[in-house]
Design a protein around this ligand. Structure first.
Ligand SMILES: Nc1ncnc2c1ncn2[C@@H]1O[C@H](COP(=O)(O)OP(=O)(O)O)[C@@H](O)[C@H]1O
Ligand SMILES: [Mg+2]
Length: 274
């Protein structure tokens, strides 16, 4: 995209052409539609790799809205969200950041893993989350009133329990929240079979294994095997990679550096693929 020209559809790059595959677990689709109707800011909480991002992609497609997704991290600055002056041939020109584009033109803006962002970055979203629905661009001296179709969604993983990485009450209380978890057993089996193109039988075996690892959470494992990891494992197995090697790469090594925990995970894998 040539940034020096204003494109006809500033959100063209963010439109979702094809229906994303999404298999609902409960009432989340209907509940989200109610939240959307009122443009409530929404917090999706749940473990990594359980389907939050896919859900948002699906809902944006279903509602016919563009989706601006931003993965938050501690190097992200407020300017990365709202925009900045950049030098070009005619001098300096203001360029809207992705959040500003969504606010101005009416997209769903999804801030993934919002706790990873620094506090000074998080505060820029506050005026967007109350009745004012506006975004002050301090550097530019402009107050952007949100487009009627703008909605803010953030995700957050309550599993990583470090107080430094918790969402401040002043931030989280601005959102309605939907709790996500790994899908029910049959649904997760269907998802893994679909996404990894493997048999239902193999997918079911992987899901049973994952459910056992999730019980190890009490024994020091931060999180068990996610739906995403199962899909990775299934993809390797489909290529003919040995099940133990597949699980070692995509689950055990990915989840822990601890010798004992790795041993416990390998024992579960061996029992599943004996
Ligand atoms: N309900 C679901 N329907 C379809 N695919 C799913 C679902 N849940 C998880 N997945 C699959 O798992 C992968 C990881 O999910 P993702 O949405 O990225 O997780 P999160 O955002 O919670 O970390 C997705 O890319 C998708 O392949
Ligand atoms: Mg995600």
């Amino acid at each position: 995209m040539n940034l020096s020209e204003t494109p006809a559809d500033p959100l063209a790059a963010y439109r979702i052409a094809e229906q994303p595959y999404y298999r609902p677990s409960a009432r989340e689709v209907a509940l989200y539609e109610h939240a959307w109707r009122h443009r409530l800011p929404l917090l999706l909480k749940g473990p990594t790799g359980c389907g939050k991002t896919r859900f948002v992609e699906y809902m944006a497609w279903k509602l016919g809205r563009p989706l601006v997704t931003l993965a938050c991290n501690e190097d992200m600055t407020a300017a990365d969200l709202v925009g900045r002056y950049l030098l070009d041939t005619d001098g300096t020109r203001w360029h809207d950041g992705p959040l500003t584009l969504a606010v101005r033109h009416g997209a769903i803006c999804y801030l993934d893993e919002v706790v990873e962002a620094r506090q000074d970055t998080t505060v820029v979203i506050h005026p967007l989350t109350d009745a004012r629905r506006m975004l002050p661009l301090d550097k530019k001296g402009e107050l952007v009133h949100a487009h009627p179709d703008f909605q803010l969604i953030v995700s957050y993983n309550p599993g990583y329990q470090s107080s430094a990485k918790d969402l401040k009450p002043s931030t989280r209380q601005r959102f309605a929240a939907l709790a996500f978890d790994y899908p029910p057993q049959e649904v997760e089996t269907e998802i893994v079979a679909h996404e990894a193109s493997i048999t239902t039988e193999l997918a079911a075996r992987l899901v049973r294994l994952a459910r056992r690892t999730r019980e190890l959470r009490q024994q020091g494992l931060d999180e068990g095997v996610s739906t995403r990891m199962l899909i990775y494992a299934g993809q390797l197995m489909r290529d003919g990679v040995d099940p133990r090697d597949s699980c070692d790469m995509t689950m055990t090594q990915a989840l822990t550096d601890d010798h004992d925990l790795a041993g416990a995970l390998r024992a579960l894998v061996d029992a599943s693929f004996a």
